[in-house]
Design a protein around this ligand. Structure first.
Ligand SMILES: [Zn+2]
Length: 300
């Protein structure tokens, strides 16, 4: 009997060792960011991936007709990681590239992406700046023979069946505060809508005349107190809010007041600093939120 138990224990130890090795290798897959866990499936549905690029924005969108959109592109060390993520979703082209406004945490890697990936239309607000990052982006666009569409409220990016992507701001350009020239996009599939705020602050937000009601809100300006007000949330009435910000960032984003306003309306809050990449998918009737534990790697 004693011998039998010993044998059994030995088998158990071997079995547990194999299981442990398997579990560890799963963790390694995630840590190495090989993107095996990306859930990409846009056939007849809309999938919005809020990529974890730390303190910045980058949102990859699979449209229901299998076209793609990229809103912003993180800092200048995220380009390779963003392209890898898109490739791992099975795409070789960004049909619509949107630079919400020319700050480095939004257009940092856009020149790299323009140089290294197939691009369709490019949308930017009609505002300029003198930074090297911005000049570099303009050079990469003109070298490739692409043209920039100057974005303004009232423009439609694309529509088909029961899908539409509209630019609802800026109404006016603010040369002094680039945040307030942010492209704001409302995207709708069937009964579900998304609102992408860029870094728009109060004065731009207050100028929006379009219907801003949406189920999913990409909270403006990384959750800053200068963007989110109780009045604005009253207009949007979101059930899901996504905040794109870095862990322990220098700006204190998201601000307490923003979180309080969102909690007051019982909104589900997701944050890239806590949840990493967040994917919201809809078929036009229901919303599904997934977090895949992936952060976009910094180029070495
Ligand atoms: Zn920003």
């Amino acid at each position: 009997m004693v011998k039998k138990n010993y044998k059994f224990n030995k088998i158990l130890v071997i079995f547990l060792s194999i299981m442990l090795t398997f579990l560890c290798s799963c963790d390694l897959i995630l840590d190495n960011n090989t993107n095996n866990d990306i859930s990409c499936d846009s056939v007849n549905s809309l999938s919005v991936h809020f990529l974890d690029v730390g303190q910045g924005d980058s949102i990859f969108i699979e449209l229901p007709n299998s076209q793609t959109m990229l809103i912003d592109a993180g800092e200048n060390y995220h380009g390779e990681g963003i392209i890898n993520y898109i490739k791992n979703c099975g795409y070789s082209k960004i049909d619509y590239l949107v630079a919400t406004h020319p700050h480095s945490d939004h257009i940092g890697s856009m020149a790299y992406i323009v140089r290294n990936f197939e691009i369709g239309e490019i949308y930017m607000p009609k505002v300029s700046t003198t930074t090297a990052t911005y000049e570099n982006l303009l050079n990469s666009i003109s070298k490739k023979g692409l043209k920039i569409k100057s974005a303004a409220a009232g423009m439609n990016i694309t529509y088909f069946d029961d899908f539409t992507a509209d630019i609802i701001a800026p109404e006016e350009i603010d040369e002094k505060n680039l945040n307030n020239s942010s492209i704001v996009i409302k995207m709708t599939l069937g009964n579900k809508s998304f609102l992408f705020m860029g870094d728009a602050e109060k004065s731009e937000i207050n100028s929006i005349t379009a219907d801003v009601s949406a189920d999913v809100l990409k909270v403006g300006h990384h959750g800053s107190r200068t963007s989110t007000t109780a009045d604005f949330l009253e207009r949007v009435q979101p059930s899901i809010a996504v905040i794109s910000c870095g862990i322990n960032n220098d700006y204190g984003h998201p601000h307490e007041s923003t979180l309080k306003f969102l909690n007051d309306i019982n909104c589900e809050i997701y944050r890239t600093d806590k949840d990493k990449t967040i994917t919201v998918t809809t078929d036009g009737n229901t919303l599904n939120v997934q977090t895949n534990g992936i952060s976009i790697e910094r180029a070495k």
